[in-house]
Design a protein around this ligand. Structure first.
Ligand SMILES: [Zn+2]
Ligand SMILES: [Zn+2]
Length: 241
């Protein structure tokens, strides 16, 4: 069919189609895109190195020991995701220097929850890898204990996948394996995360597994932290109710 309607303008169109550079799927600087890809590669390499070091340092028959340490690491990653999320939702402004972009990402997510689902894998996960991998590398330079290495493994697996898991919680049709993880609460489920987005965004800040939300919200952890910071002179910049 294409051949039957061949013409001068058709040839020009074909030439344009073959010679035009592919349209990037992202809308930010190419230099940052390269940095994101580098961050993802370094994070993947560090995760493999940590797993190898942890297995080598593990005592004979230490499978439960390793599972416990990884579980503790995932809980820690969930807690850290909550602290980071809460700080961006509560303090500062999108126009502030240095951290403005970070704050804007979380505030805009409240206004347009589906936007995160339009980001590709690199855009979704690149930034968290750029910021987390130097900390991971630093820890690997001095941690030798097997339990601590499995803990680090759990923390960084949770942290590197944090944005991806959050994206899946907003996705209309995540992969079946992810849906199984959400149903069994291994991963943050859409129903659980929707509690953060209903109302004034004052609870359910943890967005990796969501395991820590019940504990933290149950004891009023974030309100108490805000009270403490207010005593130190730091006032929240978003409404508290
Ligand atoms: Zn939020
Ligand atoms: Zn969300």
């Amino acid at each position: 069919m294409l051949g039957s309607s061949r013409s001068l303008s058709g040839e020009a169109t074909e030439l344009a189609l073959t010679s035009a550079p592919p349209k990037p799927s992202y809308t930010y600087a190419r230099s940052h895109r390269i940095l994101e890809i580098g961050g993802l590669a370094v994070s993947a390499a560090l995760t493999v190195v940590t797993a190898v070091l942890a297995v080598r340092a593990s005592p004979e028959g230490g499978i439960w020991f390793a599972a416990l340490a990884c579980f503790a690491g995932l809980c820690l990653a969930d807690l850290m995701s909550g602290l980071v999320h809460w700080s961006a939702d509560t303090y500062g402004s999108p126009t502030m220097p240095i951290f403005g972009g970070f704050v804007r990402t979380f505030r805009e997510h409240h206004a347009d929850q589906a936007d995160i689902t339009r980001h590709d894998f690199i855009e979704t996960n690149g930034d968290v890898c750029i910021f987390s991998s130097p900390v991971h590398l630093t820890l690997l330079l001095w941690v030798e204990n097997a339990f601590a290495l499995f803990l680090v493994l759990g923390v960084f697996i949770g942290s590197y996948f944090n944005s991806q898991i959050h994206k899946w919680a907003h996705a209309a049709e995540p992969p079946w394996l992810v849906r199984a993880g959400q149903r069994t609460r291994v991963l943050l489920s859409p129903g659980h995360h929707s509690r953060h987005h209903s109302g004034a965004h004052l609870t359910h800040y943890c967005i990796t597994t969501g395991w820590m939300n019940r504990v933290l919200d149950g004891v009023g952890f974030f309100r108490k932290l805000e009270w403490l910071l207010l005593k130190l002179g730091l006032r929240r910049t978003t409404p508290s109710a």
